[in-house]
Design a protein around this ligand. Structure first.
Ligand code: AMP
Length: 304
């Protein structure tokens, strides 16, 4: 089943304790589609400037990512500059240059409008809301966000929550959005605004999925070398939504497996800069990593 993503298609400059990358391809929609395309076809809507190296998106096209909804506008592409110090869970934004994003109005091509699965990647919540007026009754809509939008577009973001089925965000963002230090309470606050499913990611400490009646925890894969955490969140979302779009199954058991696939894809993303590692991953490697995650938390209960 097709999967539509709307989000940033960016040029990133990143500094980690292990190296630097300057002007590499990134953005929420780019990482998401690089990740989800391991499992399913992806349709992308976004905007780039006339400076964007479109040829670098070719490997994704080969994997079934359709960029027909990516507009080429006059001006400069969205650029993000960030740094990670020793705590790789915390991204420090040094610069956000909106460029052509500041005048962007998403136009969903007619052939993308009936996608059953929709992911509203991290962009202005007003644009995320606008997208929902253009799609036809998807089976599942999920969204993401970040501190930049929580600070600058809070009311729109809360409005958006009333129109989505699921949200993925990290622990810091959940606390900032809800003003609750406790993540269980934060998830309840978010669910009270609309989403039935709240996924709170905790970087190398795994992720929680909350529904009204259950909590599920997925560990992060214990990697020896984390090279660049940029895009881990979007890759997690790509693995999660990719699994749901591939199976079409929204049962609780399937949602739990989808979280594991999300965790597995997030762990691949951080092994190299940009989308380099994601491009190497195939369905077999993904299944193997999901099996490793299963082993990591499997234990037998004591016999009473
Ligand atoms: P994450 O998966 O959370 O690490 O997201 C990383 C990506 O988010 C980077 O590739 C950035 O280009 C992109 N990004 C950073 N800030 C913003 C923003 N304010 N709006 C949209 N995308 C952003």
């Amino acid at each position: 089943m097709s999967l539509l993503v709307v989000g940033s298609v960016a040029l990133d400059s990143v500094e980690t304790p292990f190296g630097k990358a300057d002007g590499v391809i990134g953005g929420s929609a780019t990482f998401f589609s690089a990740s989800a395309s391991v499992q399913t076809k992806v349709q992308v809507v976004g905007v780039v400037g006339d400076d964007y190296p479109m040829d670098q998106l070719k490997p994704l096209e080969k994997r079934g990512v359709d960029f027909a909804g990516v507009e080429r506008a006059k001006g400069t592409s969205f650029r993000w500059r960030g740094r990670y110090r020793h705590d790789l869970n915390v991204a420090e934004t040094l610069e956000t240059h909106l460029g052509v994003f500041s005048h962007f109005s998403p136009k969903i091509p007619p052939q993308f409008r009936n996608a059953p699965f929709v992911f509203l990647g991290n962009i202005d919540p007003r644009l995320q809301l606008d997208v929902l007026t253009q799609v036809q009754k998807p089976k599942l809509v999920a969204c993401d966000t970040m501190n930049f939008w929580i600070e600058s577009r809070r009311a729109d973001l809360v409005k958006l929550l009333g129109h989505v089925d699921a949200i993925t965000l990290n622990d810091g963002e959940a606390r900032q959005l809800t003003d609750c230090a406790n993540l269980v309470k934060a998830a309840q606050w978010i669910m009270s605004k609309g989403p039935k499913l709240v996924i709170i990611k905790k970087g190398e400490h795994g992720a929680f999925m909350f529904t009204s009646g259950s909590v599920f925890f997925a560990p992060a894969f214990p990697l020896e070398d984390v090279f660049d955490p940029t895009g881990a969140g979007d890759s997690f979302a790509g693995g999660f939504m990719g699994y749901l779009a591939r199976t079409g199954d929204l049962s609780e058991a399937s949602l739990r497996r989808a979280v594991i696939y999300g965790s597995a894809m997030g762990s691949f993303a951080v092994e190299k800069f940009s989308i380099a590692r994601l491009l190497e991953v195939d369905a077999k490697q993904l299944a193997e990593r999901a099996a490793e995650l299963h082993k990591l938390v499997a234990f037998e209960q004591e016999i009473a």
